[in-house]
Ligand binder design. Sequence first.
Ligand SMILES: Nc1ncnc2c1ncn2[C@@H]1O[C@H](COP(=O)(O)OP(=O)(O)OP(=O)(O)O)[C@@H](O)[C@H]1O
Ligand SMILES: [Mg+2]
Length: 239
Amino acid sequence: MAEIICLIGTKGGSGKTTLSHMLCYGLGLLGRNAACVMTDICRQPPPHGALPYVFADGRTEQARAKIISALRARNDWIGVIDGGANRMETDSALYAESDLVLLPFRDSQEDLRVVCSDLARLPRAYALPSQWPTNPWQYKASLRLLESIPEEFRGRILAPVFSISSSKLLLQTQPAGEFPTPLNNTCRAVARYLLGVLENGASALPAAQTAIGASVRIQRVLATREAETYKQMDQARRP
Ligand SMILES: Nc1ncnc2c1ncn2[C@@H]1O[C@H](COP(=O)(O)OP(=O)(O)OP(=O)(O)O)[C@@H](O)[C@H]1O
Ligand SMILES: [Mg+2]
């Protein structure tokens, strides 16, 4: 039976669509059968070129039900459902239908407030920091934001998916085989990590696998990079 992952949440522009495609693309690169199912009635299907996953238009309830039951009838498939913002009723239906529920959010207090109320409403869901800053200074601020998350939710906040400008290529017409290596690597890593979370079966994650655990490790890498940047800036300042 196929596994179903949905990306939902009340906040608009949190990265649901981009992450759905990144995940499917990563799954495809790992040799898994993946289907990306769009459900947002306010959007048109994006161009879907020679990508290693299937795209399905599930914008009506009937179409969505048909796609999900077709997927469920197959083994070794993963369906990734891209939700829409501000649709609590549809979110509840997708939540009930899914094996893994992801709530992307960005690095702002407003996003955090919304995602915490979604986490309280949807107790099997995980929050997924999305489009996360890679700049060391912004990153420090984002870590402080993560540390302000109430204790009860911390085991349900996943390691961040960083901002990667080439992610938009997945949603535009693109000749086959021309995706940049960093995009391929990021999508593979996201898919591997989320397959692990899927196996975790909706329970709280060990601290090392959560956003804060991952962020502390990443912070060490960024601190080295920051020290190097200061050194280079200092050298460049000299005549
Ligand atoms: N990891 C990322 N790196 C860089 N840009 C990103 C990333 N994720 C999302 N974006 C950008 O953020 C914007 C919003 O993303 P997206 O459309 O995926 O959000 P959404 O949750 O599907 O929005 P909506 O609620 O309108 O459906 C887009 O411009 C997208 O290209
Ligand atoms: Mg969207």
